[in-house]
Structures are given as C-alpha cells and as structure tokens.
Ligand binder design. Sequence first.
Ligand SMILES: [Zn+2]
Length: 108
Amino acid sequence: MATLHVPNLVCVQQFCSFCEDVEDARRKCVQCRERKHSYWDDLVGSILSYLCEPRPWVKVIVAIAHNAKSFDLQFILNRAVLLKWQPELIMKGMNIMCMKMEHLVFSR
Ligand SMILES: [Zn+2]
C-alpha cells in the first residue's frame, strides 16, 4: 500500500538586499515588508501564489527548503506539472537537488 505524504504547514522567512543583515525577521523591511509568512490551507497553491506576487525589484527568487530533496520539492513539482509549467530539474538519484521554473529556483 502506497503512502501519500500531505503537507500541513508552510512557514516562510524571507530576505532581500535591504534586510539580509537584519536578524529579527519580525521587523518589516522597507522593500519586502512582512518577512515571515505561514500557510495552513492549500499550502502549495498559497506558497506559489506568494512567490509569484509582483516584485519589480527581483529578477530571481531563490527558495531554500530544509527537506527539499526528499519531500518538499515533490509537492511543488506536482503542482508545476498540473499548471503546465516546465521545470528544469537537477537530480541526484531519485532526489531533486534543484528545480528552476519561471523566475523561481528551489533548492535544498
Ligand atoms: Zn527585505
């Protein structure tokens, strides 16, 4: 019997060139504003929507997930395929080491 893994929480902490040296992520940044976000509903859709919000000052967003190669990127990849995006993958065996699509780079 196969086991289906389902994510139940996504927490994001971000930084940009203005706030990268500010350790307290609760402090709002003048450019990227709120630096901490949490999602409980439609996690994958919510995080992708968030990452795709307009940010004219950004060319590329790099998303680093602590367990990306084993689980986290599988959820993103499944949604990307559903959306007919064409991700570029760097694999190591069955693990996704890096995934690039649109202006997003996901890594472990
Ligand atoms: Zn910032």
